[in-house]
Design a protein around this ligand. Structure first.
Ligand SMILES: *Cc1c(COP(=O)(O)O)cnc(C)c1O
Length: 403
């Protein structure tokens, strides 16, 4: 992929030049829900989607949202992007835009609990059926495609099991069957550039690493101008009509945080790799894409942008839910992190996905995909002294009998 070689996502963000209307170094925040038109004719054209550069109404777009969208499109190397009020507010309208009643989706079975619940429980009400497959087996993925399939969906690094999807391989299959490959890149921003590997649409929950402050929700869909125009269409665009639009104030704050993402990802990755290596050496069952023992390690190395590392997410198996809970409570008591869902914070966050974020997945299916009761998912923080953190975590593990 000659294309990917020269692709520098953090530079692309850095190189954007946005001035505020008074020459401010940050763009001004648009504090309006609606916009005036100088002529009635322009208002008509804008409704028809033909008046570039004119704003209509904030559910459609705002200057602040467009700034953030363009920065995220630059990061992913797509033509443009549309921001949304949450990750789910980007993912569900996009999936729906591609499908009608009677259509079919092929999805990885290890995906975010909310996306799984949407495809499994909600989409069938619209007569959209999903086949859930082991995304690491390309032959299985291809065999699940039917003449009704309209979307191939996966996460680059899956939640919570950290499986690595072969984006180039999946893109080839999608192309062969003339369907789009939609990917959720929430766990691996900057580290993986899926559009450069052949994905058609790249989505994120901005709530996680990209904003990184755990103070807001947000989402984005990055893709072609044609797709984004379709999603925003006033007559049949799912983003416009389902209404999960981002507020301008939030778009402005997320844009400011996006600019330090490359530094944060490097620190999350450095700390994640350090702890994963230590935990594994201590004999804990540890899953981290940066470990040679991870089945997707070589693939990850091949498709990642090396300088951002293997990311901040890892899992260990504490043996049982009771042990996992005991350990998490003790670590929180010792201020090693918070027992909380979500990820990408400065502080380490941990949770037991089987009983929380993936509880939407029925128990027998959890077992089949390797989601054990004692699994603890860590989002490793930006700790300045990770050796001290490790020493303190190890003490907790010894005290509760996990080590
Ligand atoms: C959190 C998350 C989402 C959903 O995003 P929200 O901002 O919570 O709506 C989707 N995919 C992944 C991988 C996530 O971690």
């Amino acid at each position: 992929m000659a294309n990917k070689k020269n692709f520098k996502p953090a530079n692309n963000i850095q190189d954007l030049q946005y001035f505020g209307e008074f020459g401010g170094v940050n763009p001004s925040i648009s504090d309006s829900s609606t916009y005036t038109f100088l002529s009635a004719k322009t208002m008509f054209d804008t409704f028809e989607g033909n008046a570039d550069g004119c704003y209509l109404y904030s559910r459609h777009s705002t200057p602040s949202n467009l700034y953030l969208g363009e920065a995220l499109a630059a990061m992913e190397g797509t033509e443009t992007a549309n921001v949304a009020a949450s990750g789910m507010g980007a993912i569900t309208p996009t999936l729906l835009q591609f499908c009608e009643a009677g259509d079919h989706i092929v999805s990885s079975r290890t995906i975010y609990g909310g996306t799984y619940a949407f495809l499994k429980n909600f989409a069938p009400r619209l007569n959209i059926q999903t086949s859930f497959v082991d995304i690491t087996k390309l032959d299985v993925v291809e065999a699940a495609i039917t003449p009704d399939t309209k979307v191939l969906f996966c996460e680059c690094v899956s939640n919570p099991l950290l499986e690595i999807a072969d984006i180039e391989g999946l893109a080839k299959i999608a192309k062969k069957h003339d369907i789009p490959l939609l990917v959720d890149n929430t766990f691996s921003p900057l580290s993986i550039s899926p559009a450069k590997l052949g994905a058609d649409v790249v989505m994120h929950s901005l709530t996680k690493f990209i904003n990184g402050a755990s103070d807001t929700m947000g989402g984005v869909v990055c893709g072609s101008q044609e797709l984004i125009d379709t999603l925003r269409n006033v007559n049949d665009g799912a983003c416009m009509l389902l209404g999960a639009s981002m507020d301008s104030l939030r778009a402005a704050s997320i844009l400011k945080n996006l600019r330090t993402l490359h530094i944060r990802m490097q620190q999350h990755s450095k700390n994640g790799l350090f702890l994963a290596q230590k935990f594994e050496a201590n004999g804990l069952r540890t899953v981290y894409p940066g470990l040679a023992s991870h089945p997707g390690h070589e693939l990850m190395k091949k498709q990642m942008n090396q300088q951002y590392g293997f990311g901040g997410m890892l899992t260990i198996d504490a043996g049982s839910l009771d042990k996992a809970n005991e350990l998490m409570e003790l670590m929180q008591e010792r201020n090693l992190g918070y027992l909380a869902v979500s990820l990408g914070f400065y502080k380490t966050l941990f949770s037991a996905p089987g009983s929380s974020t993936s509880s939407e997945i029925p128990e027998d299916e959890q077992v089949e995909m390797g989601l054990t009761d004692g699994l603890i998912r860590f989002s490793i923080g930006l700790d300045a002294d990770i050796e001290r953190t490790y020493a303190m975590m190890r003490e907790c593990m010894i005290e509760v009998g996990v080590l």
